[in-house]
Design a protein around this ligand. Sequence first.
Ligand code: RFL
Length: 402
Amino acid sequence: MSSPAEPALTRTSVAVIGAGPAGLTTANLLRAAGIDCVLLEAESREFIERRPRAGFVEEWAVHALARHGLADRILERADTQAEFEFRFDGERHTFRTAELTGRRHFVYPQPLLVTDLAAAYVDRAGGDVRFGVREVRLHDIDGARPAVSYTDPETGARHRIECDFIAGCDGARGVSRAAIPAGRTRLTRYDHGAAWLALLAEAPPSADGVVFGIHERGFGAHMARSPEVTRYYLEVRPGERAEDWPHTRVWDELQLRLAAAGARPLAEGPLRERVVLDMHNYVVEPMSYGRLHLAGDAAHLVAPIAAKGMNLALNDALLLAEALIAHYRGDDRGLAGYSQAALRRVWQYLEFSQWLSEVLHGASSGDRFRAGTASARLRRLLGSPSAAKAFADLYLGEEADL
Ligand code: RFL
């Protein structure tokens, strides 16, 4: 037995912090390649398997997960979407993404993906995971022998795990990013100047898939999730609180902003989730420092405007795991180039989100210039086949990074 002053010591090859999509994917790939890793997660398994968030997985990401045997349930259970709808000026405009690109979005709520990835790592592969850990700290990340330490939630004892590398996959509020000394990475922020009320309604979808409602009162969106649950978004003023939006106000406003000729009224239901999200982004460059490599929201936050965050987390994890596996086979080029490779897709998706943000928020900005250019973008999207194709390629995400 070790005393509290002398933490219990273990050794592994890679310590992965955070069991979200990024950390679980990294851990699964490492484990399948026979590389030791320990996964540390602050929450319980039940909690991470229920946390509602993203809903769309891009087709290239599904194919990549399938190559590693991690997409059986997605392929079996997910709905795919071939089109979405813009509604504005009381009209409906269908945008046929699959026809334009040959690709589809997979509708697969994040809790289901996390559940599948956790089952693959913990139950099937017997991977080492410590749930509910407290006070995770990173040590000596710029030395040859980094380590992570944490407090065991049951015994209160400190544990220290020495490792070769740390994968910082602990999301926007984790500790990994903060372990990098000041001045060694650059954090760039961008604020869209808008906020969305994110809602999960216990109500069946009222349209086939995604509806983007562009309205002078503010943007509104409908996203089919399952026969019983629908995600909605309402643009609200920055600084407004979820409590400012009681049940009736939410539904009145959604009905108004998503109304269009020939569209059925929305099926209303209890609101299970109601949170205000500021539409802001950040990027950490480079995503690596010493023996710490960041992946997913720990390295970059992308406002959910274009549903890109989870897909970027998966892209990072696939690249990072591949680079770590190559390292143990004697090739360090992947690790040296990891940050640059990951950031290529990050910047493409940030640019796309910024472009789409203007389309969605221009009409409600109160600024005649922004409203005019937003409506020009919409007309071009709906009127020009080449503009539509370029948009659809980015909306669905492409196999190769640009
Ligand atoms: P996660 O999923 O936040 O996982 C990080 C994990 O780390 C744990 N953790 C720690 N563990 C140990 N020690 C610590 N000190 C720790 N601190 C934190 C956390 O408990 C957690 O389990 O990050 P990851 O893996 O990078 O994945 C990123 C995605 O979760 C995120 O980008 C998406 O959810 C964003 N997002 C969407 N992305 C899409 O691709 N499509 C969408 O449709 C979409 N919709 C959304 C979204 C995000 C939303 N919110 C709530 C911000 C909709 C919403 C409402």
